[in-house]
Write a protein that binds this ligand. Structure first.
Ligand SMILES: Nc1nc2c(ncn2[C@@H]2O[C@H](COP(=O)(O)OP(=O)(O)OP(=O)(O)O)[C@@H](O)[C@H]2O)c(=O)[nH]1
Ligand SMILES: [Mg+2]
Length: 315
């Protein structure tokens, strides 16, 4: 199952203690190093929160103590945790961070500062001598990550229509494909240049009532712009198949039918007579519906699909 929620603990490093070096009766201790902070970093290479174990603690390094001869202790290394897009971070129910871009870095727990060594203290009268060993503790938080998948194009269609096969052909994904219904059980994101494509589990009449694998995934379709309706050229009545799907979408969430759309006729290699392709396409064109046909066996036809996505979304 798609892991879209997880609760973990994050701990920034404590600052290192300041030193009161006394060698040769000289008071020349250095400051402690600063503790490492915890950052989240957005990555398009991750697709869910599966790598996080609920309850695990993710720690940045502590700062090291100050040293003699006024040497500062080394700083603790920051911890960078890669998260998929878009990850929202909640602490006690409040949204404290949202990571929406690849490479975006957000600090979620600050490392503590190192304590003052006595060399520093001598120069700064305002600092009380008793402060010298003190260090500041790093922040510790229990946070919830909530994944909100986002895509520009969502793939809708009956099971077995060829959605995942096209996702794989257009992106670097290797989503499982198989000649039976409901191979895909969770939304799958793939990146095609700057476009994010989302392959969804197959829909059937009655999905909105929980038939098949249901429609739990629909919450991830909110921000998408374009619906790609996948219809196999093996369908006996492609227009009817399309209309049935539109009605199903209305029942699931009427917003879905307000998005831009394109029909993708798949598996054209299965047609005995290739002139059937343009006949199938005109069925849709005559109804004012944008259409493109393809087969995963012909790279050029897959390229055509990619170009249409780019043209429609102008990206
Ligand atoms: N001949 C041919 N077979 C295809 C083509 N595209 C997909 N297939 C096959 O059709 C079957 C179903 O493909 P999938 O990509 O798994 O279909 P899906 O729409 O993702 O199916 P679900 O995940 O069940 O909704 C697989 O056996 C594919 O190998 C195509 O262009 N030509
Ligand atoms: Mg699939």
């Amino acid at each position: 199952m798609l892991k879209d929620k997880v609760v973990i603990k994050i701990e920034a490093g404590n600052g290192g203690k300041g030193s009161i070096a006394t060698r040769n009766a000289k008071t020349n201790g250095g400051n402690g190093g600063d503790g490492g902070s915890v950052f989240l970093k957005g990555s398009t290479h991750l697709y869910d929160l599966g790598r996080f174990n609920s309850g695990r603690t993710y720690k940045a390094e502590r700062g090291n103590p100050g040293l003699a001869y006024n040497r500062k202790g080394t700083d603790g290394t920051d911890l960078y945790i890669e998260v998929p897009l878009v990850t929202e971070v909640y602490e006690k129910g409040n949204l404290i961070a949202k990571i929406s871009e690849h490479g975006e870095e957000v600090i979620v727990a600050k490392g503590g500062l190192g304590g003052f060594g006595n060399t520093y203290m001598k120069k700064h009268d305002e600092v009380r001598v008793t402060d010298n060993l003190e260090r500041i503790e790093g922040e510790i938080k229990t946070v919830e990550f909530v994944l909100k998948l986002q895509a520009d194009v969502i793939f809708i269609g009956y099971p077995n229509a060829g959605k995942s096969s096209i996702l794989n052909a257009l992106t670097k994904r290797e989503v499982k494909t198989a000649p039976y219904a409901f191979t895909t059980l969770d939304p799958q994101i793939g990146l095609m240049d700057s476009l994010r494509l989302m392959d969804l589990p197959g829909l059937i009449e009655g999905s909105h009532e929980g038939k098949g694998v249901g429609t739990k995934f629909v919450k991830h379709t909110e921000n998408s712009e374009l619906i790609a309706h996948f219809i196999s050229s093996e369908e006996s009545d492609p227009i009817m198949a399309y209309r049935t799907m539109k009605t199903e979408l209305d029942n699931i969430d009427p917003q879905l039918n307000l998005k831009k759309e394109i029909v993708i006729i798949t598996k054209t290699d299965e047609l005995e007579d290739q002139s059937e392709i343009s006949k199938l396409e005109s069925l849709f064109i005559n109804n004012g519906i944008d259409v493109v046909s393809c087969t995963i066996l012909d790279d050029e036809s897959v390229e055509k699909v990619a170009n249409r996505f780019h043209t429609i979304l102008k990206k």
